[in-house]
Design a protein. Sequence first.
Lengths: 262, 791, 163
Amino acid sequence: MYNFDFVKPASVADAVAALAGEEAQPLSGGMTLLPSMKQRLNAPATLVSLTGIDALKGVCREGNMLVIGAATPHAVVAKEAAADYPALAALAGQIGDPMVRNRGTIGGSLANNDPSACYPSATLASGATIVTNTREIAADDFFQGMFSTALHEGEIITAVKFPIPEKAAYAKFMQPASRFALTGAFVAKYADGVRVAITGASEGGVFRWSEGEAALSSNFSAEALNGLSASADGMIGDLHGTPDYRAHLVGVMTRRAVAAAH
Amino acid sequence: MPKDGGIGASTKRREDLRFLTGNGRYTDDLNLRGQLHAYFLRSQVAHGRIDKIDTADAAAMPGVVRIFTAKDFEAVGGIPCGWQVTDKHGQPMQEPKHPVLAEGKVRHVGDPIAVVVAESAEQARDASEAIVVDITELPAAVDMKAALAADAPKVHDDLTSNLCYDWGFVEENKAAVDEAFANAAHVTTLELVNQRLVANPMEPRVAVGDYDPWNDQSTLYTTSQNPHVIRLLMGAFVLGIPEHKLRVVAPDVGGGFGSKIFHYAEEAFCTFAARQLKKPVKWTSSRSEAFLSDAQGRDHVTKMQLALDADNNFTAIRTETYANMGAYLSTFAPSVPTWLHGTLMAGNYKTPLIYVNVKAVFTNTVPVDAYRGAGRPEATYQLERIVDKAARELGVDPIALRRQNFIQPDQFPYATPVAVEYDTGNYDATMDKMLEVADYAGFAARAEESKKRGKLRGFGIAHYIEACGIAPSNLVGQLGARAGLYESATVRVNATGSISVFTGSHSHGQGHETTFAQVVADMIGIDAGQVEINHGDTSNTPMGMGTYGSRSLAVGGSALVKATNKIINKAKKIAAHLLEAAEADIELKDGKFSVAGTDKAVDWAGVTLAAYVPHNYPLESMEPGLEETAFYDPSNFTYPAGAYGCELEVDPETGKVEILAFTAADDFGNVVNPMIVEGQVHGGLAQGIGQALMENCVYDADGQLVSGSFMDYAMPRADDVPNYKVDHSCNTPCTHNPLGVKGCGEAGAIGSPPAVINGVIDALQRGGYSHVTHIDMPASPSRVWAAMNGK
Amino acid sequence: MTKVTLTVNGRSLSGEAEGRTLLSSFLREELGLTGTHVGCDTSQCGACVVHVDGLAVKSCTVLAQDVDGASVTTIEGMANADGSLATIQQAFQDHHGLQCGFCTPGMVMSAAALLKDNPKPTEAEVRHHLEGNICRCTGYHNIVKAVMAASGQDVSGVGIAAE
Ligand SMILES: Cc1cc2nc3c(=O)[nH]c(=O)nc-3n(C[C@H](O)[C@H](O)[C@H](O)COP(=O)(O)OP(=O)(O)OC[C@H]3O[C@@H](n4cnc5c(N)ncnc54)[C@H](O)[C@@H]3O)c2cc1C
Ligand code: FES
Ligand code: FES
């Protein structure tokens, strides 16, 4: 790693102020940022730790919304969201391994927008709202292609608001080495329709599978998807799977998610 | 019941105490006073001409002590290769120079160009970024067959081509083999890839060089499986330091699996730099660096054919293999696809005629050398896959086809057509045992049950043989080894009867400290706690060749038995003197010497004390003291064999394979510590299953390593593998070593890949995917799905 | 350099850390606690697992300064007060759950965290929990057995073919 200055503010305001400095970057769980800094792919002058800000932590229910603080570790979401939004809790419980879940956070995951990450699928499929220190961003506007989001320089995510669905589930097919999603499908059924978000598959990052949504909105059952398949165009092709394979998994994982939804 | 702590007992490991409490002493745990840190600047391109290296700016960076490039190594030798293979025309292989730091050209991603030595590791790395290296990138030779084309880029400009050697074995049999194929009733052909693997012991390599100018003594602490071999290669061939001025220490080592056999540039560098700078120099590999600098394994592309007569007897085998050497010849690389592979091509079968052709090829990739099994997994995989395929083509039971062609127990010793003589074995017995333990009889019902759940169940079988305990020195000398392959032990009995053993073998997980003590304690009849095993330091152990090829107990243990027998013989003479009896009448039992037929006795400690306090001692005819050294050079290899069965399910929707049960019935000869032997099999199985389903080291067309971290190189985790059922009750003791042991370290990794792949094919065939007759490893979900769907 | 103070295995210890100093380096190099190992640089292998304020974390992916003031337990702090092996450590020895020993500190720390949350895990739960800890030697069989045995479960039937 290149060296940097480390600061650990106790409030969002102090963090935002610190981030206004030259080449300052937020550090949350560090589970993505630190490995990439070890490869010397990032060279921030200052790292602003968010782990000391209590206001950024916690899971709480507000009406029909589940609000999760940006610096809430995956393990906490897995436990504390279980009653209100079990599919989201289950997703959090499948991220990485227990040690990763004890440190890694939802805010870090969304800000990073790894095309194979799990949280973006739940966020997009739930039509969640990303709350930052300056504004609220709808999930549909937030994800802008792999590793790219609507966040501005120095802007930090403070919370994510998830509308609680009637039924939902996440089905993840693991990449055998990294255990990120080779393809993951998050299906959420709301009164006004079904949303399906796919992660791991597309070169454009997380996306909504509109054919799947249309079919499921009229008939929420795995059978409704029979014969439907996603196009392999624009799918990721790598060591672990061809675009064809990923396109095929979109259908399989979506069906499995629907079957598991409750 | 074996005695606790004696031969045959599952004695708990004494070394565990330090490992379980964080008190192991691994090389990276060592920090010498005033130590400097080395960072290797490595090539980012697979092939290129170095036009300029400018270190001036870097040298001025904070903490930098000195920067080394190839210029500093002009007076120093290259990294030597320890095995010279002779090609089918009787010519020696092409052997390029392997400089410590790249000279003129870089030949693989990771080839070291310069080294920064600085006060801290981070400073060294910081400064390395200020080194200016101008490289003209050249087209890379990556694919082996393409690398042999006339117009292919040459990895080494001074060689005639990228062909290291073209080996034929047995060349004289070739015509007869071809004739047998012409006369065959059936010929089965299989083309397969034994993919490249990365050994990935969990401890990355580390080297710490130290130099004491007042005594002109160099010391290297290194993560090695064989410190004496490193001392010999580095001292004699690279740095020109005589043995008495060079000490090599391999303390606790966190796994090796072959990759820590070889002598590496970083070891020579740290030893050299410490002499130059008169300060300790340490290098610790990162995992990313390990992927680019540890020798890798396997990487064979093979076309194999099996000829059968009308009664389904195997009549001949013919293979053509391309074996990747990578950019340079690693220490034992040339031997792996040849002598460790061709000689095993008979397997457990009576096939009378065999011809093996191997073309070894230089490419712009990381060097390839031995990895757990080394050559024998490649042979076993080919054989056990093709026998299964033949059975399917002929519509016969693959088990019956194997049994029909097995070498029978009354045929031992059995000389194969590929130059080895098996001493013992009973292959039907291991096959029977495996089928029984695996409840093969109940498989059909279980397959039905799987079908109901929409899964395809399969059962894969493999029977392997391996040649271990490498090896008779005179034989390997004829075959091109540039070293002897004996092993050594010194048994030093102390005055009060405790024993310090010094072995040339090295333990990096195998538990020698426990098992070797069991052997000595059992022979003398004392408590194993009285025996301490020392290894890993050339300054106090006798010259030994180290641990690999499942040789420690078969060869090192035999040396230990020899030395202990010398001790017992001398102790009996002392006892005879003390008891005023004839030496022939002295018996040793349970640590007590007695005169046969009398109650006159002296205990072990009484004799050892007399040896060191020789007041009442036959000084005129015997030296005092009780210390003996023995070297043991085996008369043959040992031949462990076994039957493996893998029961698995394929998810037809995703192509994912789940292993439900794995059974191993091995014949290891006698077993000293069953607990440790089972553990060795478990570990081998996980690596073999990893190869079969997950692991794949891949380069792109430009020679960039695609699977350069655990993010892409799939290491088996706890939930990727099943519980294993292992049995070693079918046991035909080795006839030519004193313990009757055969070796168990590699078996699991040798027998399991074909068992898994045969199981995958079985599942698909039963499930109606009759067009799928082969899937190359790793049978990853995407590959299985693609094969099923003809993609 | 900044001073970092941790309560390590019950003792308050201080040392100097740069911004970039990882907890693993701080423990190994600054405090001399070399039982915590480093087996990778992509946060996958788990050789480096320690407990920070009671939670298992990968110390190679935590900045020393970020946990200033925390309470840390490493493998060196696992044995009983009288120096005898703790139940989980003893189970690893009894069931041959280690070979080279390099992954072992992380395995033990990870397993201890599991047993704290789930005192009687099933085999599948143990295997799943250990997914962040890579062992190249044992094939996991005996590790899983050791963890289950440490939880007081009978493991005599696990994978022994001949008995
Ligand atoms: C071994 C391993 C396995 C993993 N497996 C999975 C998996 O299966 N699925 C999965 O989804 N992920 C996986 N991850 C990634 C993990 O979930 C990370 O925790 C997550 O991606 C990043 O969160 P973090 O809190 O660690 O963020 P950091 O690493 O601290 O930060 C990531 C990025 O986000 C920025 N950032 C952090 N917080 C904020 C904020 N509040 N506002 C704005 N920007 C911010 C940082 O500056 C940085 O650029 C894995 C990671 C590891 C190491
Ligand atoms: S060293 Fe921490 S996960 Fe590998
Ligand atoms: S015991 Fe060697 S890596 Fe686990």
